[in-house]
Design a protein around this ligand. Structure first.
Ligand code: NCD
Length: 315
């Protein structure tokens, strides 16, 4: 499946790990969206498609939505989930345990879903396991299934992913949902990506370079107000407190931006506001009642996307 077009029946060919969004081709992503939409519209019934299959969730970092939506997706396909939860690992000695843990899970399950704070953990697991490995959020860069959900929500709301103007807002330095989405957008043809963040939370140089190499139009801004009225999609991220090595550094930026009712009123009528959730203070609950607020619908649709992906990976 890596950088290749999937076979016409939507099954993945070759290796079936999903570590980074760019491991999938645009064609495979579009197949996931098609199946997710068929599930959502009840055009197909996959309720027994994974009968007898077991998914192992190995979560080394906290999660609510991602874990539960993977579990829900697996249950709705007829499969079952087993869960392994452990506090964040820090020492190299524990790294050895990680290898043993995933090897064991490989014997107990048909697919392994991993969340980890250390970049490279899922790739490592994919190398030692026979079962497919799906990355459910890793370090500050990777969250491929969240990106699929984000792009699917854009597609369902606006009919297209190409040709739109995006503003990715907030902690662009630490939020893996932002880095992953930006890489995902590089597989499409956005008209413009505004990268809006406080100076201290700007995207990494690597992201800037990749955007230029992919010939994607982008601009870095510190104020959302300047672009509010012209974008189709606003993607908000929370300041990732847990990723700051220095508590003082977090204190300097916390609360430095907040999306409120007045902001949503300035947006185009048919534009949308997305957020991977959880939110802290960057997105006011007063925005929830506006038609542009799509973040809860986005979370709901996440189950359809993960169903489509699990079905593709396991059949
Ligand atoms: C995100 C994550 O874990 O990176 N949450 C999620 O998967 N829905 C976003 C975040 O924690 O800010």
């Amino acid at each position: 499946m890596f950088n290749s077009v999937g076979p016409p029946n939507g099954r993945m060919s070759g290796h079936r790990d999903v570590v980074d969004i760019t491991d999938l081709s645009r064609a495979v992503l579009e197949e996931v969206f098609k199946v997710a939409s068929q599930i959502e519209n009840q055009e197909i019934d996959l309720s027994h498609s994974l009968d007898g299959k077991v998914m192992a969730l190995a979560f080394f970092e906290p999660s609510t939505r991602t874990r539960l939506s993977f579990e829900s997706a697996m249950c709705r396909l007829g499969g079952k989930a087993i869960t392994f939860l452990e506090p964040v690992m820090t020492s190299a000695a524990k790294g050895e345990n990680f290898a043993d843990t995933v090897r064991m899970l490989d014997y107990y399950s048909d697919v392994i879903v991993i969340r980890h704070s250390v970049e490279g953990a899922s790739r490592f697991a994919a190398d030692v396991c026979n079962s497919p490995v799906i990355n459910a959020g890793e370090g500050m860069m990777y969250h491929p299934t969240q990106t699929m959900i984000d792009l699917y929500e854009v597609l369902k709301c606006l009919g297209n992913i190409d040709g739109l103007r995006y503003a990715v807002v907030g902690d662009l330095r630490h939020a893996r949902v932002a880095s992953s989405l930006i890489r995902g957008l590089m597989m499409f043809r956005p008209d413009m990506i505004y990268l809006v963040s406080p100076d201290r939370l700007r995207v990494l140089e690597e992201t800037r370079r990749s955007l230029s190499a992919a010939k994607i139009r982008f601009e870095e801004r510190t104020s959302l107000a300047e672009v509010l009225g012209s974008v189709d999609v606003i993607y908000l991220t929370r300041i990732q407190r847990e990723r700051f090595g220095d508590a003082l550094e977090y204190e300097r930026v916390k609360g430095s931006y907040s999306f409120v009712e007045d902001d949503v009123k300035k947006m185009k009528k048919d534009s949308i506001v997305l957020h991977a959730l959880p939110r802290v203070d960057e997105l006011s609950p007063a925005v929830d009642r506006y038609p542009q607020a799509k973040y809860f619908e986005q979370a709901k649709r996440g189950v359809f996307v993960r169903m489509a992906l699990l079905n593709m990976v396991l059949r």
